[in-house]
Write a protein that binds this ligand. Structure first.
Ligand SMILES: *[C@@H]1O[C@H](CO)[C@@H](O)[C@H](O)[C@H]1NC(C)=O
Ligand SMILES: *[C@@H]1O[C@H](CO)[C@@H](O)[C@H](O)[C@H]1NC(C)=O
Length: 343
């Protein structure tokens, strides 16, 4: 009876998509599903199964799900970008499209999971080239390790459906760091947000705080939101004009004008949402004294080392203790992903 029930359920909920690859990585279980020419990259964590990217193998230059198209509105602000940063590789939908229309643009991609890169190459026809590099790194560490600036930064960093954007990638400080990596006056940052996530309101508020202009593009009956943040304003009619010009010169296979229709006219976020900040342990005042004490005692100790007196042994213990305290503060003084809400 039980088996019959399961069989019926399977028939009712038959997924036409077949699992073709499954790869366990340190971050999640990466799956590739196939349904005719449609191929999905899905992330499976604790039983959830989220479609991260979808590609039509017969038509790889047209995004097969809605939100990557919306990110292409960035081209309205920068029709001829020379430097683009993509945060989160997925099935490389955007790098593939951008490379096709902009063969001379430098495209940097940062992706934390080396297995995502492997899957993109093996199952989604992703190829790097001399002007397109994938950096396997945490986005924040990468951002802080570079000095260059970009015309466009595209950020899509959903870890998993119930976690959303990792905490350290949605704080006020990180948003400031991203802003510093944009070309002054012309750069734009595009962030994929989800309206039904509990981090939506605070992320929106942080961007309002950091950037002069913010525009939300929303797919109809969908919770995807693409937030464009930058230094320059455009009216919707200017957006339509630029989209028409660009479509004419670039012969896009996707409809950019249609994306402009998705511009949200009003702010729908909670203005009282908290502004999330990094939680950084501030070393106590006396810590600055410790290295001084350390240096002083080293001199003293070298002097009395040969005497092997009890004082020497006491100081050796003292030294070991201060060293470990310094080490402790150094290690906790970096990024911390624990939640700290500051209103
Ligand atoms: C979209 O949502 C509206 C109400 O919010 C509903 O009336 C409409 O039928 C929905 N459209 C689709 C295609 O689901
Ligand atoms: C693009 O979308 C707009 C708005 O929906 C529509 O008016 C236009 O005809 C579309 N263009 C093409 C080439 O499909």
């Amino acid at each position: 009876m039980h088996k019959l029930f399961l069989l019926l359920m399977n028939l009712v909920y038959a997924d036409k998509y077949n699992l073709i690859v499954e790869l366990k990585s340190s971050y999640s279980v990466i799956q590739v599903y196939e349904n005719g020419p449609i191929r999905d990259l899905r992330i499976n964590t604790r039983g959830t199964n989220t479609v991260e990217s979808r590609m039509n193998m017969n038509n790889p230059l047209i995004p097969a799900v809605g939100y990557p198209n919306m990110m292409l509105v960035s081209l309205l602000w920068n029709p001829e970008p020379t430097d683009i940063l993509v945060i989160g590789l997925g099935a490389a939908v955007l790098p593939r499209i951008l490379r096709y229309y902009y063969p001379m643009t430098r495209i940097d991609i940062v992706e934390i999971d080396p297995n995502i890169l492997r899957i993109a190459k093996e199952h989604f026809r992703f190829k790097t080239d001399p002007l397109m590099t994938v950096y396997i790194n945490d986005a924040r560490i990468f951002i802080n390790s570079i000095k260059k600036t970009y015309d466009i930064i595209l950020s899509d960093v959903y870890a998993e459906v119930d976690v959303g954007i990792p905490y350290h990638l949605r704080t006020l400080e990180y948003t400031h760091e991203l802003k510093q990596r944009l070309k002054v006056e012309t750069g734009v940052l595009l962030t994929h947000l989800q309206r039904n996530h509990n981090d939506y309101d605070s992320s929106r508020k942080i961007h309002e705080h950091v950037f002069k202009y913010n525009y939300e593009f929303v797919a109809k009956n969908c919770s995807f939101v693409i937030l464009l943040s930058g230094f320059q304003s455009l009216t919707q009619s200017e957006m339509f004009e630029r989209a028409a010009q660009l479509e004419q010169t670039k012969c896009f296979l996707f409809n950019l004008t249609y994306q402009v229709l998705k511009l949200e006219k009003q702010d729908l976020f909670d203005i009282n949402a908290p502004i999330l900040k990094d939680k950084i342990t501030t070393p106590p005042q006396r810590l600055t004294l410790l290295p001084m004490i350390f240096v002083a005692t080293v001199g003293f100790l070298t002097g009395c080392y040969y005497s092997q007196s009890i004082t020497t042994k006491l100081f050796l213990h003292f030294n070991a203790a201060s060293l470990s305290i310094i080490a402790h503060y150094r290690s906790t003084n970096g990024y911390c992903t624990q939640n700290q809400i500051v209103v």
